[in-house]
Ligand binder design. Structure first.
Ligand code: HEC
Length: 440
């Protein structure tokens, strides 16, 4: 059995405050004019692209430029992809046009799905790319058509579409499955969603996710995924279990029981970190126990009150659900050359040892507390801390160190992080003492 607690990679004290995904408070309605504006954008973009990349001009003409609105364009893209001998593009196009006219919410959902892809996928690039090239987006729209047919007593047609979608896009979504709006399916390959599954608004699902049955029962046998949940790549959620609102399921996890709202479940079988959402005070305590091997201040202590007051002070007048500058770690760009601990050792001696000590021992005050924290050894953070990851540490160093004059290059930050990571420190407390000691 493997278990990990992904969201505890948070480093000690540098990241006070709840980690709220940026789509947490996304409204599920469109701004006025959203559809028309989006179409204008898409159309303009396609025109520019056709001019700058003549090889794509005919394709852009047929998929976007020749159409009057986004629904006609979607109809064209889907019917062309899904047609096959015996069911012509024209026949499918007539069918899809009818469905889009009968069920206006399909078009509405499509716009919200598009926005979800743009907001949550750093690689989405632009609307045109999502619309033309992202099969998670296209297959989801085809499912919305199939779902409408299923509900209109045209089940054989709905099942036909499901089959074609799975052949063309390698995603198998039963037409009866209910999927909300603003849903983002990233990459998509291998996604399987069973007949009685539901997926709430604003969920994110990655490739190879299964929302499956356990094989035993008929009837209502598939997962219910609530609003805003994120199911990472390869997770298998089996049976009629509930994934609560805004919960996260880690990559490769196998989930056989309910995951509470806001919780993170990881592992095989997945374990929720706790059976409810931790309070801020508990999260602060976990920073002490999980990353620093420390004794946490009691919930009702002065120290805890001070830490909470400080984080509230930091948060004052801040909008909710909007990423704030300075929050978390900056990431260090890939430099094209591996982090080199020997180079890092030399940089450390030059740039860090004056404060943190030649042996990473830090500096103590007269009262035996630290004025400069140790970077390895007994009193430093443990192997379960975010700081024990080269990428996160490098990001922290680049933004903060040397204190008062952070001027490391990306490569220097990575090299130093690689050197610091090689040093001895307490094992990850979540792995148990023995397991942790055996692990390097
Ligand atoms: C001028 C003194 C000084 C220099 C030089 C310096 N640091 Fe620091 N460093 C500090 C102090 C003080 C803190 C504690 C800051 C705080 O908690 O606000 C700190 C914190 C850290 C932490 C966080 C440790 C923890 O347990 O949270 C790391 C990691 C770190 N420094 C690494 C480095 C590295 C690597 C270098 C060299 C590139 C470096 N520092 C250079 C003074 C320095």
């Amino acid at each position: 059995m493997t278990r990990a607690y992904a969201d505890m990679d948070a480093p000690p004290l540098h990241a006070l405050g709840e980690r709220v995904p940026s789509h947490w408070s996304m409204p599920s309605s469109l701004p006025p004019g959203g559809g028309a504006n989006l179409w204008l954008h898409l159309h303009d973009h396609a025109r520019l692209q056709a001019a700058s990349e003549p090889l794509l001009a005919a394709h852009l003409q047929s998929c976007v430029l020749q159409h009057a609105d986004i629904q006609a364009a979607l109809n064209h893209v889907l019917s062309r992809k899904l047609a096959m001998p015996g069911i012509s593009e024209a026949a499918l196009s007539g069918l899809i046009r009818q469905c889009l006219a009968d069920a206006p919410d399909i078009g509405h959902c499509m716009l919200l799905d598009m926005r979800a892809a743009l907001e949550r996928d750093p690689a989405a690039h632009d609307r045109l790319n999502v619309f033309l090239n992202q099969k998670g987006f296209q297959a989801l729209q085809a499912h919305r058509i199939a779902h409408h047919l299923w509900g209109s007593q045209r089940q054989s047609l709905a099942l036909f579409l499901q089959g074609r979608v799975s052949e063309v896009y390698a995603m198998d979504i039963h037409p009866a499955a209910r999927i909300g709006s603003g849903v983002f399916i990233d990459h998509g390959t291998g996604v399987v969603i069973g007949e009685t599954a539901t997926v709430g608004n604003e969920c994110t699902i990655f490739q190879d996710v299964t929302l499956g049955g356990t094989g035993k029962h008929g009837g209502d046998r598939h997962p219910k995924v609530d609003r805003g949940a994120m199911i990472c790549a390869g997770a298998k959620i089996l049976g009629n279990v509930r994934i609560g609102a805004h919960a996260k399921v880690g990559a490769g996890s196998v989930v056989l029981t309910d995951v509470p709202a806001g919780a993170t479940a990881v592992g095989v079988p997945a374990a929720a970190k706790s059976d409810r959402v931790a309070t801020l005070a508990e999260r602060v305590q976990q920073c002490f126990t999980f990353s620093m091997n420390g004794l946490p201040p009691p919930l009702d202590s002065q120290e805890m009150a001070a830490l909470l007051a400080y984080s509230q002070w930091l948060a004052r007048n801040r909008p909710i659900g909007v990423e704030q500058p300075g929050r978390g770690f900056p990431t260090v760009a890939r430099t094209g050359s591996d982090p080199n601990p020997l180079r890092g050792k030399a940089h450390y001696a030059r740039r860090c040892a004056s404060c943190h000590g030649a042996h990473g021992e830090g500096q103590k005050t007269a009262s035996d507390s630290y004025s400069v924290p140790p970077l390895w050894g007994f009193d430093s953070y443990n192997k379960g801390a975010g700081m024990h990851r080269i990428d996160l540490l490098a990001g922290f160093l680049k933004a903060n160190m040397p204190l008062g004059n952070p001027d490391l290059s990306d490569q220097e930050a990575l090299d130093i992080a690689a050197w610091v990571r090689l040093q001895e420190r307490w094992p990850d407390p979540r792995k148990g003492l023995l397991g942790g000691l055996l692990e390097r």
